[in-house]
Design a protein around this ligand. Sequence first.
Ligand code: XLS
Ligand code: NI
Ligand code: NI
Length: 438
Amino acid sequence: MSGYFDHIEKIQYEGPNSANPLAFKYYDPKKIVMGKPIEEHLRVAACYWHSFCWDGHDIFGAGTFDRPWLSGPMDQAAATQKLDVAFDFFDRLGQPFFCFHDTDVMAAAETPREHVENFAAIVDQIEAKMDASSTQLLWGTANLFSHPRYMAGGATNPNPDVTAFGALQVKHCLEATHRLGGSGYVLWGGREGYDTILNTNVGQEMEQLGRFMTMVVEHKHKIGFKGDIWIEPKPHEPTKHQYDRDVGTVYGFLKQYGLEKEIGVNIEPNHATLAGNSFEHEIEMANAFDIFGSIDFNRGDPQNGWDTDQFPHDLREITLALYYILKGGGFKNGGSNFDAKIRRQSSDADDLFHGHIGGMDLLARGLMNAAEMIEADALEDFKKSRYAGWESGLGEQMLSGKLSLSEMSDAALKGNVSPAVMSGKQEMLENYLTNAVK
Ligand code: XLS
Ligand code: NI
Ligand code: NI
C-alpha cells in the first residue's frame, strides 16, 4: 500500500452495462475464448516508464503530474517509493504483467559500479514485491538511449568503451529478467542508427550491432534463460535513421548475422505507422518470417509524425491485429504491453486507471471479435480459393522446384494456361470486417 491510490477500489469486471468508469466492461479475465481464458490470450502488461517515470513534462513545459517520488533526486528512497506505488497500481488493476527498463526502476547511477549496485538493490526489492503480488514480469530491457553517453548509440557507438557500458547494462538486466521469471527480453535500438551519414560508417556500425546481438544470445544460453529475445523495430525518433526500421528490415539483419532463429520482434503499432506500414502488415510479416514475439500496444496520431504513445482506442484496428495474432498461433512468451502514456493534461491519479481499463477492455473486445471471425473464417476461405491454383499443376510444380523458367514459359506457349483476371473482392471483404467489429 503506497497511499497514492488509496481512493481507488480494486478494479472489477462489471459487464458492458456498467456505468462505472472504474470497472471493466469487456475484460473478463476468466472468460473462455477459443478454449482459453482471456487473460491467458492477452497477457496484458503495464509499462513502468510511461506510467511511473514521467512527470508530464514535454519539450515546451514542466511536469504537470503530482508524482511525489519524482519531485527530488532519484535516490534509493525515491526508487523504493516508486516501486511501492507501481505494485499498488498493478494490484488494484489486477494487472497480470509488467515491463521495465533497468533505469526506470533503479536509483540514478553514473559509474559502472554504481549502476551494478543500485540495480541489484532494487532487483532484490522487486523480487520481494513480486512474491507478495500476482503480477509477473513480461519482459525487461536495458535503457541504452537516455544517458548522454549513448547519444551516438549503444552497440553502434564509435567508442567501444561506451558499448562496454552498454554490455554491462544488458548483461545485468538480462540476468535480472531471468531471475525475476520474465518471459522475454527486449532490445529497442533507440539510438542504434545515425543523425547524419556524414559522420557515420554504416557498414561498421551494422557489424557492431550484429556482434552485440550475438553476444546477447550467447549470454542468454549461458545463463539458461528460456524466454525469448525480441528486437523492437522503429524507423526513426530519436535518431534520423534507425537500423531496425521495420519487421522486414529486422529480418534481413537477423538473417545476415545468423540470428533469425534466436531473436524475434516486439511490434509497436505507432512504430509501424512511422515506418509507413500498417500495424497488421507488421504482424503478418512477422508471422510469415516466423519471428512474431510480442506487442507494445499504443497508437499514434494520424496528423503528426512522431511516437505519441497514446492508449489504443480503435476497435477496428485492434480486431484486425488480434485476428492476425491468433492466426499466427497467438502469444506464447509474448503479450500485450501498453507502451502508452496518458496525456499531459490527464493529471489525476485515477487517469492512469482509465487509460489501462480502456485499453484492456478494447483488447478483450478485439479478441472476442477476432475469435468470431476465425470461427466462420470468410477471409481464410476466400484466400484459400484465391490461391487454390498453387496446390496442383503448374503452380505446385513451380513451388516445389520442379520447373525451370523455360519449362514454365513453354507451358504458357502451348496454351496450357488460362491467365484470366480474378476479382480481389476488396469491398466485399472490407464489409465483412466492418460487420465483425462490434
Ligand atoms: C520507444 C520504444 C521503447 C521500447 C522499450 O519508442 O517504444 O519504449 O518499448 O525500450
Ligand atoms: Ni515500445
Ligand atoms: Ni515507442
